[in-house]
Design a protein around this ligand. Structure first.
Ligand SMILES: Cc1cc2nc3c(=O)[nH]c(=O)nc-3n(C[C@H](O)[C@H](O)[C@H](O)COP(=O)(O)OP(=O)(O)OC[C@H]3O[C@@H](n4cnc5c(N)ncnc54)[C@H](O)[C@@H]3O)c2cc1C
Length: 420
């Protein structure tokens, strides 16, 4: 199944707009697709409640509104590489898949990508989306500046550390300037059967095995599978002690077609064809799912693994799969990795909300006391803002930039109450 337009519009193509996963129907009173930035500015100026939507891949209602919802894929596409080739300016609706091809053609790259390239640059930035890798920061940390239509309809440029991961609450972003690096090649190997006890004891060594490393498990089986994406620099294939190299391609979700995945078995390829787990022309992950994720301070990893293993018998039946990644600290106020090197525990749930809810509650009871910060774009059981220590600063910035709450929605308006 291909995914040219992940946003659902009902079976007839004319129904209400839903998110990629189909767990949310947006409550917008009107959906707009401006063709120019000036048209967008006029819309924002006139609207009482307005919010932008990216590619709709968030599972949480972070993008929802009862006012005007704006899709930016009708604006002229911009992919402008700076003459010194150290940055690129992209229109907000650009997806990583499209940007990556343009950068690679110019001999350039982004330092990291998420598990899927289907998402928009603006939407991923807004929620602090991340990939994996020791020393690799969130995708938002590549942002040098944002061009934003503010509440008064004026277009401004900002690099404020509180305004990069913004949950759509500070304005409508029209373009982003990102750091780029010289293009690089990677090889990807999967290693099977790593005992989770061994993983917990040697987590640092496992995650140091490559540029980007992920562990997949269902927590019930006592073992995990490790995806190692390493630089194609002539060094031998990394080993993962305790695990055996796979001799056939693997999909992170058992039983899903491996043709959906980027090439494995050590075949070298450009960065953008190895960093994501999933290829842009196919459905990422399972397609029928919900997701949750918590970023913890890295030293909490062994305790978190012990807690999740203890929940294994409850987790495995409701999970498609769970993934553990590492993310380097950044300085962006609402980034889940703000101020601390992090380990991220991700859960791809079966689309069974009633069965998932009590297990998710148990996961939060285990991970929140360890400092877990929930991913803004994914599903939670309880309040999500407590571990975000710069939340008050963000809310003050929001009050200054948007005193009437034009860009607010139920999700962002609830954050102040959420923090207790
Ligand atoms: C299969 C799958 C795999 C995923 N893998 C990962 C992963 O590897 N790592 C990870 O961290 N997350 C992952 N996610 C979550 C996903 O990256 C985030 O939810 C991301 O925010 C989605 O981007 P989007 O373009 O769909 O944004 P949307 O969901 O459309 O919007 C997200 C937020 O951005 C705001 N926004 C969007 N565009 C603008 C704009 N132009 N101006 C102002 N605000 C804007 C919206 O209002 C909203 O608040 C995954 C999701 C799916 C479905």
């Amino acid at each position: 199944m291909t995914t040219t337009d992940p946003l659902g519009t009902g079976p007839s193509g004319t129904g209400p707009l839903s998110n990629w996963a189909g767990n949310l129907v947006f409550g917008a009173r009107a959906v707009h697709r401006p063709r120019t930035v000036e048209e967008l500015q006029e819309l924002v100026r006139r609207s009482e409640r307005v919010r932008a939507l990216g590619s709709g891949h968030s599972f949480s209602p972070v993008a929802d509104t009862t006012g005007d919802l704006v899709l930016l894929d009708g604006l002229p596409t911009r992919i402008e590489i700076a003459p010194d080739a150290r940055s690129v300016t992209v229109s907000a609706g650009t997806r990583y898949a499209e940007l990556a091809v343009a950068l690679q053609a110019a001999g350039l790259a982004l330092e990291n990508l998420a598990s899927l390239p289907h998402i928009s640059v603006a939407g991923a930035t807004a929620t602090g989306t991340h990939g994996s890798g020791d020393g690799r920061r969130s995708l938002a940390a590549a942002v040098r500046s944002l061009e934003v239509v503010g509440a008064d309809g004026e277009l401004r440029t900002t690099s404020h550390p509180g305004a990069v991961v913004h949950l759509g609450a500070l304005g409508v972003v029209t373009a982003l300037t990102l750091d780029v690096v010289p293009a690089f090649a990677l090889r990807q190997h999967v290693h099977l059967g790593l005992p989770l006890a061994q993983y917990a004891a040697h987590l640092d060594e496992v995650h140091a095995a490559g540029w980007s490393v992920s562990l997949f498990t269902d927590w019930g089986s006592d073992t995990g599978r490790v995806w190692v994406k390493q630089l194609d620099d002539g060094t031998p294939a990394a080993t993962v002690p305790g695990a055996r190299p796979a001799d056939a391609p693997q999909h992170p979700v058992p039983g899903m077609p491996t043709v959906h995945c980027t090439a494995q078995l050590g075949v070298p390829g450009p960065w953008h064809e190895r960093l994501p787990h999933f290829r842009p022309e196919f459905t990422p992950s399972s397609g029928a799912e919900l997701q949750s994720e918590y970023l913890l301070p890295r030293p909490a990893a062994p305790a978190a693994i012990a807690e999740l293993r203890a929940l294994g018998a409850r987790l495995a039946p409701v999970l498609h799969i769970s993934e553990v990644r590492t993310v380097a600290a950044d300085e962006l106020w609402l980034s889940p990795a703000y101020g601390r090197d992090s380990v991220a525990f991700h859960f791809t749930w079966k689309p069974e909300p009633d069965a998932v809810a009590p297990v998710l509650a148990a996961v939060e009871r285990a991970l929140l006391p360890l400092g877990g910060r929930p991913h803004w774009g994914k599903v939670t059981h309880g309040p999500r803002a407590a571990a975000y220590e710069r939340l008050d600063d963000f809310l003050a910035l929001r009050q200054e930039l948007d005193p009437a709450g034009k860009f607010g929605n139920a999700f962002t308006n609830g954050l102040a109450a959420d923090r207790t």
